[in-house]
Design a protein around this ligand. Structure first.
Ligand code: Q46
Ligand code: ZN
Ligand code: ZN
Length: 312
């Protein structure tokens, strides 16, 4: 088989980016990933060099690589690991936390990693609170999403970060887009974007700097950069419909390289030209207990979670 050569220097290529007709060696691939991320940050006006960025790290390849890229680009980025108390027979949360802590200590010892333990702070884990408050009707992922959003917002606010960055990659975004399109969920379509403005003054903007990078590219970046990460998926993700959508999109990508990227970028263009009605912000008030923006009367959804019906 013909050996692929790096387009920049002619050395042996480690990756072939078929959708860009671009083969790159290790050094130039890392450089390309940094440039692509920097471009997305500028294009979507995510943040500038003076912003303090809080990166939500899960111990997985995407979020650790995102943190690595932002620090390599010289941004003021710290990490936040939320220990959700998920076990799944593999000690999932504990193992993920070790990867996040090791990454910070070994690679970027000057960067700060905040760690929040949900069970210690609130007395219950994701599984426990799902069983208790929803009586099994709700999936752990919706409870988990609610807790993560609330706590990331709270800590960003308390620690004075203006931006919250998550490691969602192109495959994640394209899968969500496919799901929203299949249901013509116009509210979610209007809201799906690389940048979500702050809900209220003082709260952080949410950004996804990896939204144009394939999952495969993220895995390759972690590998060639020597970033160790948790390989197992969250045990609750097994039944997620998004995995099925990802499979379908991968099949399409295999037949026609670039499908995922074009699907997502064409959507963003259509969104910009007004195809989807922009999300109309409902009037938000401060939660009576935690002060975070909420559309609900009295307590926000997060504070209600811990008030749920008891087991009797
Ligand atoms: S961590 Fe949480 Fe994911 Fe696990 S429980 Fe679901 S939402 S699958 S990103
Ligand atoms: Zn090269
Ligand atoms: Zn609240």
């Amino acid at each position: 088989m013909k050996r692929l050569r790096c387009r920049s220097c002619g050395e042996t290529a480690v990756i072939n980016l078929r959708q860009h007709k671009l083969a790159l060696c290790e050094v130039h691939f890392i450089e390309w990933m940094h440039t692509q991320t920097a471009r997305a940050i500028r294009k979507y006006r995510m943040f500038g060099p003076d912003d303090r960025v809080l990166v939500a790290v899960s111990g997985g390849k995407d979020s650790l690589s995102l943190w690595d890229i932002l620090l390599s680009l010289g941004y003021r980025a710290d990490g936040l690991y939320i220990d959700l108390g998920i076990d799944g027979g593999i000690g999932y949360s504990t193992a993920s936390r070790v990867y996040a802590e090791k990454f910070a200590a070994d690679r970027w010892p000057d960067a700060k990693l905040h760690v929040l333990d949900i069970e210690k702070s609130y007395g219950n884990s994701i599984g426990g609170v799902t069983r208790k408050t929803m009586r099994g009707r709700e999936r752990p992922c919706s409870v988990c999403g609610l807790i993560k959003r609330h706590e990331m917002n709270r800590l960003a606010y308390e620690f004075g970060y203006s931006v919250l960055a998550t490691g969602h990659n192109l495959d994640d975004e394209a899968a969500v887009l496919l799901g929203n399109t299949l249901h013509w969920n116009s509210e979610y379509l209007g809201r799906q974007a690389p940048v979500l403005p702050e809900d209220r003054n003082g709260f952080a903007r949410k950004v996804k700097p990896l939204c144009r990078l394939y999952e495969r590219e993220m895995a390759a970046y972690a590998l060639v950069s020597g970033i160790a990460y948790i390989q197992e998926e969250c045990p609750y993700s097994v039944r997620a419909t998004s995995l099925y959508y990802k499979e379908i999109l991968n099949q399409m990508e295999g037949r026609s390289p670039g499908t995922k990227l074009n699907f997502y970028l064409d959507f963003l263009r259509a969104r910009e030209t007004g195809l989807f009605r922009p999300f109309e912000a409902v009037e938000l008030r401060g939660c009576e207990r935690c002060g975070q923006p909420t559309a609900l009367e009295g307590l926000c959804a997060f504070c209600r979670l811990w008030e749920g019906p008891s087991d009797e």
